[in-house]
Design a protein around this ligand. Structure first.
Ligand code: SF4
Ligand code: SF4
Length: 141
């Protein structure tokens, strides 16, 4: 069972191999961590500015600004899914890499949120997180 302070290495091990079926990418996209934008822009041979303008969108979640690939709203395809394949697979956002399907993916998703987005000192952030815990029937340690 993962804990809040589990390492990324442990998290990466905690998943079923992705079958690259592209199903989850038909209903939204994953959040980027800081280094992701640079890697994706380099892979696509465009500037980070162009990447952000053309392919990413800003969202506020747990009272923090985050970037994620654009997708058709409300629950549609990620901009990077083509013929059921992620065109940036090798450099996809960390959240996409670890929040795979199945039970381990749910744990990894919670680990990502609490480590990269939630601010435990911010009451708005924490109240949104408590809702997430309640909705997903988890109690993170
Ligand atoms: S970036 Fe790739 S893995 Fe992430 S949601 Fe989009 S298509 Fe899927
Ligand atoms: S994580 Fe997404 S692409 Fe990978 S097997 Fe699960 S549904 Fe398919």
């Amino acid at each position: 069972m993962l804990k809040k302070n589990s390492s990324l290495k442990e998290v990466l091990k905690n998943q079923e191999p992705c079958k690259l079926c592209g199903k989850c990418c038909e209903y939204g996209s994953g959040f980027l961590v800081e280094e992701d934008a640079k890697k994706i822009a380099k892979f696509l041979k465009i500037s980070e500015k162009e990447l952000k303008e053309k392919h990413l969108e800003k969202v506020r979640i747990y009272n923090k600004g985050m970037l994620r690939p654009k997708f058709n709203k409300p629950y549609g395809k990620c901009i990077f899914i083509k013929d059921k394949k992620c065109v940036i697979h090798h450099v996809k956002p960390l959240h996409c890499k670890i929040a795979c399907c199945g039970e381990p993916g749910k744990q990894n998703d919670a680990w990502f949120r609490i480590n990269y987005i939630v601010n435990e000192k911010d009451e708005h952030s924490m109240s949104e997180w408590k809702e997430f815990e309640k909705r997903n029937k988890i109690k993170w340690k």
